[in-house]
Each structure stands twice: as C-alpha cells, then as structure tokens.
Design a protein around this ligand. Sequence first.
Ligand code: ATP
Ligand code: MG
Length: 498
Amino acid sequence: MSLHVQFEGITKRFGPVQVLHGVSFEVQPGTVVGLLGENGAGKSTLMKILAGHEQPSGGTLRIGGQPVAFAGSREAEAAGIVLIHQEFNLAEDLTIAQNIFLGHEKKRGWLLDDAAMRAEAAQALAQVGLAVSPDTPVRRLIVAEKQLVEIAKALARRARLLVMDEPTATLTPGETEALFNLMARLKAEGVTILYISHKLDEVERVTDGVVVMRDGRFVTRAPTASLTRREMANLMVGRELADLYPPKDPPPPADTPPLLRVQGLTVPGWAQDIGFEVRPGEILGFAGLVGAGRTELFEALLGLRPHTVQQLELAGRPVRIRSPREAARLGLTYLSEDRKGKGLHVDFGLKENLTLMALARYARPWLQPAAERAAMQQAVQDFGIRTGTLDIPASSLSGGNQQKLALAKVLHPDPRVIVLDEPTRGVDVGAKRDIYGQVQQLARQGRGVVVVSSELMELVGLCHRVAVMRAGCLMAVVQGSGLTEEELIAHATGTREH
Ligand SMILES: Nc1ncnc2c1ncn2[C@@H]1O[C@H](COP(=O)(O)OP(=O)(O)OP(=O)(O)O)[C@@H](O)[C@H]1O
Ligand SMILES: [Mg+2]
C-alpha cells in the first residue's frame, strides 16, 4: 500500500513569473526523501502541486504510473497524499478537533458525530505527543503546538504519502525526537515521506535519499549517505559556501552605558523578575527550551502581554511601552517568531508591509508611493528577497523570503535596539549567512541587538553574551570562553545548578 510518484516536466507560472521550469524526478514508495533547495527554489510549490493545492501549468504528475490532475487537496487526500504546510493552515477560531476534521466531518445519520471526532482527534494528538484537550481553540496554542496539530491532522487523514514542509522549525528537541520516531513508524508501515528542511543535520538523519532543486529546476538526486552536509549545502546554492558565522567583533567595554535596561520584569505565568542590559554594539542572545518564556518576555516588553516592570530604560531614559508602535517610536523594534500570526500582514502587499511600522515617516502629510517603492526595492536588494515582482501579497513569497521581509520590516523604522525572535527560522544556509552578517552590521553601527534563538550554534557563533532562561527564570548569562553549546544546554535544562 504505497504510492509511486513521478514528476514529469512539471512547470508552474504565477502570472508572468515562472517558478518551476520542467521538474522531473520520481519518488520510490516507502522511502523518506529529503527535498533541498534555497529559499524560493520552488520546493513548497512543487509539493503543493503534488497535494492538489496548486495546479501545474504544464507537465505530468503520475501516481502509480497513471497521470493524475488533482482539482483540489480533497482529491489528493482521497488518493492518500497529505501535505503538512510550512505556513500553518489552521482555522484559528475553531477547536483542535474541528480543525482536524474540517472538510472531513464524521456524521452519524444527519448529525455530526462530535464524540467520535473528539475521540479520534485525541488519539491523533497522543500519537504526536501533544497533551492538550481536542476542545482547545487553536488560537490559544503556541506555534510549536500548532505545528503538532498540523501533523495530527495529517495522521487523522490516513496519509500514504506525507509531505512535511519544515515540520521541526518550531519544535523542541524532545518534540523533534518524537516526530522522528513517528516518521520511522510510518515508514515501517509503508508510508512514503517527502521531507523539506533547511536543517541539514536532520536531513542527514531521517532521509534515505535527497533531491536538490535550484531556481525552479531539478539539480540532482543522491543517496543521503553519499553526501556530507557541506556537499548538500553547496549543491543547494550551486557554489562553495564560506563559513556560516562572521568573525566576532570585540564586545563593547563593560562600562559602556546600556541602550536598553530592564529590571524586575515579570510576566504572570511566564517570566519571573527578569533583568538584563544591552549595550550599543552588543549582540545579546537569549537561549532556552521552547516554553522557557523568552518570547513571552519580549512580547510583554513590547506591551503585547500583561506584565509588571520595576525599571525600563531606553538610552538612559525611563520609558513606558504600551504597544509595539510606541516602542518603535522610542527606538525599539521586535521581530516576532510567529511571522504569519504577528509579524506580517500576509494579505497586504510587500510595500505596505515594509512601511506599515514607519507610517509616520511616509505620511507627510500624504503617502508617497514613489518613496515606498524605492524603499521596497532597496530592501529587496539589501535582504536578498527573491520575488519576480513587487506587486504580490506577502503570502505569495516563499517561507524564507517572508522571513527576510519580516526582518526588513523591523529594521525599516531605523531602531536603536532590535529584538529578533528566531530570525533565521525557515531560512536557507546562504541566507542565514547573510542575516548573520546583517546582525553584525547592526551592532557595528552602534545598535543593540537581542537574538532569541533555539539554535544554540547560532547563539554561540553570533553573540557576545547569552542569557539562558528556564521555566520563566533567568538562569545565567554566559560569555567569553564560557559561551559553548554544552554550557547553554546545561543551564537551559537545569543540569547545572549554582
Ligand atoms: N501565489 C504565488 N504568486 C506569485 N509567486 C508565488 C506564489 N507562490 C509562490 N510564488 C513564488 O514562487 C517561488 C518559489 O516559492 P516556494 O514557496 O515554492 O519556495 P521554497 O523552495 O518552498 O522556499 P522556502 O525554502 O523559502 O520555503 C518564489 O519566488 C515565490 O515568491
Ligand atoms: Mg517553502
């Protein structure tokens, strides 16, 4: 019971822009295949075609040797093909159970069989290791939990071919482990898995073979065991990549007055009495397991959550911040980890997204379309945003390019302190390097940069000092030779007590 998939010369055009240029390869049933490629290479688009979310402009998709043309995802699901979206596709106002059965509601006679749906949803949640009630509204879940609901939804649809588009981007190491176990079980049952990820260590671990795409074209395929990670990265970008992290600048002298000073910040239920400082020219990291309270801490700082604070100073002046807009006016901006929910207005155009936070600068007293356009072109260039045209909604950008746009957006108001929450999530290795270079540049310009990240290597490679949080408390601030992955893990998991 498995599916043999063949792509034959698949092309895809969005209006004038061609994003797939005749992609051909096949997928052996019952294997786990990694799909690699830079941001915008066309991975998600190809998978959306396979799963019936998009129709190809040309070429043939064959399943079990037969040409198929899915008019929608429902038809693909009937054939056993399910896509777990990179950008979540959940209805925020519905419960988990309602989401899992949306469009596939179970009925008893004429009535919805709520009990059966809740029971089956609970079972799927248990399989993915998410311990929440199926009656919870999706709105209340954090990003990692939404990801697990997406996976549970696919399981409940009894997929024989599962496409996972960056499923671990928001998961903790423990949740990732659980997912890998689940994948191994599914594979043993004959399920074929197509796995998209920018985390090459995972690709190395879970896939049997990899397919590499570049600029909308098939480049090569190879057994995973025959490639090193570095070779994978080079195949993706089509050139030899230099080192990921730029050499660190020396930290600012310890007696430099801080740009941002926080004392006694408490976010009920999330963070307890947190204090820290960021100096001009400094890159301060925040490490911790998912759920340690880092995101909630900064959301509170920006006025997005109820909190109390003893002292908050920006550039030496006591301030009160009630909203991100107010913070931006004071020179502090925040890149949300939830780029779809809180970061970008995905239905708005690229330009509108970029300039929304800096409206005051453009409205004098009317909007200046020419200035807006010029700013956008500059941002596209500076941040390497790949798009055929500027006149599309943000939702049409590839995942990694949405992330770059979100980054451009928080830097546009010219802030003095920038908080970046998971700035490289979903971003390919080449673009990661660019972002690290940009972060360093920001610090060099005398700004203060805070980087919240779940990738410890990233914090070690980039930051001058790293604060570690665990269960809402600040456990330690490490720097210098103490700044190692092992040290961060020890504090984050509580295996090192002082
Ligand atoms: N609806 C759309 N309208 C216009 N362009 C689109 C649309 N959907 C995707 N694109 C473009 O197609 C190209 C490929 O995007 P795709 O999402 O497939 O990339 P990807 O390989 O998944 O990248 P990432 O690693 O960033 O997720 C991008 O340039 C993107 O902007
Ligand atoms: Mg994608």
